[in-house]
Design a protein around this ligand. Sequence first.
Ligand code: ADP
Length: 378
Amino acid sequence: MNILTINCGSSSIKYQLFCMENKCSLVNGMVEKIGTASAYIVHHKDKQTYKAKIKECTYFTAVNKIVELLIDSQWGVVGSKNEIAAIGHRVVHGGEEFTSSVFIDSHVMKRIKFYARLAPLHNPPAYNGIRAALKIFPKVKQVAVFDTAFHQTMPQEAFMYGLPFEFYKKYHVRRYGFHGTSHRYVATAAARELKKPLNKLKIITCHLGNGCSIAAVKNGKSIDTSMGFTPLEGLIMGTRCGDIDPDLVGYIMEKENISAEKVSALMNRKSGLLGLSGISNDMRDLLQSAKKGDKRAKLAIDVFVYRIKKYIGSYLAVMNGADAIVFTAGIGEHVVSIKDKIKKDLSNLLGKVKILTIHTDEERLIAYDTYNLIKKKK
Ligand code: ADP
């Protein structure tokens, strides 16, 4: 059975086709700059790459182009559309309603649209991508896999803010957490590596990519995570500030004479590693600059690492210890110096805790969820 995964961003679509029997990915690719005149597709098959511009690219024309390539005699891997049995879509926000992956129907579509008010940058492109896929594959089962779903097991004491209770009821103000698919994937893989059942383990999962978050996974369930109402809370990230004193929002608005919207943009796009270093949001650049003696690059890395240590410490407290800490995503998988520093600085706390590095594969988990839902239905 072949399953297509579709992951829509604000101007991009990542896709991958999996053969579930062989547990392998057949092809993958990405459409970028959707909605602009310079949109293009990059498609990888057997280490070869096809690249082409897409004219007047919308989510619909992008998905159409993807399907064209999947069935192409040279670049494709299937004979026709009919060989694609199901499609799994990544959706960022499922509110409190979606605690696991679900088949998409008109109700689910309505709710994805509804939760766009909580994830204005993320849910609308997912909605558009799904709509395009439903049009092109009207008879194919489609599944939504939510970033927030895994964290719905957080207890109320972990997800409530200390704000007036009615804001929770009126405006859905609470902590949701994100990157759930990645945390779930690496926690499951860690249990496999440790040869112990996931439901008997306490694992701290650190997803350190452009976006960064940490989760406390106890007995297979997320009981706390560093991102909150939006993906801005928590760790220092490429361009996001993470935790700050909330009164700073008003203070910066006043000092800089800018709107709330502008402060939000500043905290989301001009802060974090980029804002602190003044050089780049990319950890590779900062490591290089720090090596050459750049003080602000070093400072950015130090603040980044310090915040991670604080979160690890707090999750050790929350779970009363841990069996393992897992590092994943770009920085988590590749930057050994950062992991070594964390290990060394927390050596007293981490005595018997296993430190693992696991490659995250959200697309694979999306494909598995889709496959499992279809098998269950049969
Ligand atoms: P995304 O969250 O966009 O999927 P990634 O997981 O690819 O991002 O992580 C991007 C971050 O990982 C960047 O800061 C990048 O510098 C860093 N990174 C990726 N590969 C390496 C590497 N080999 N060495 C150091 N940093 C890396």
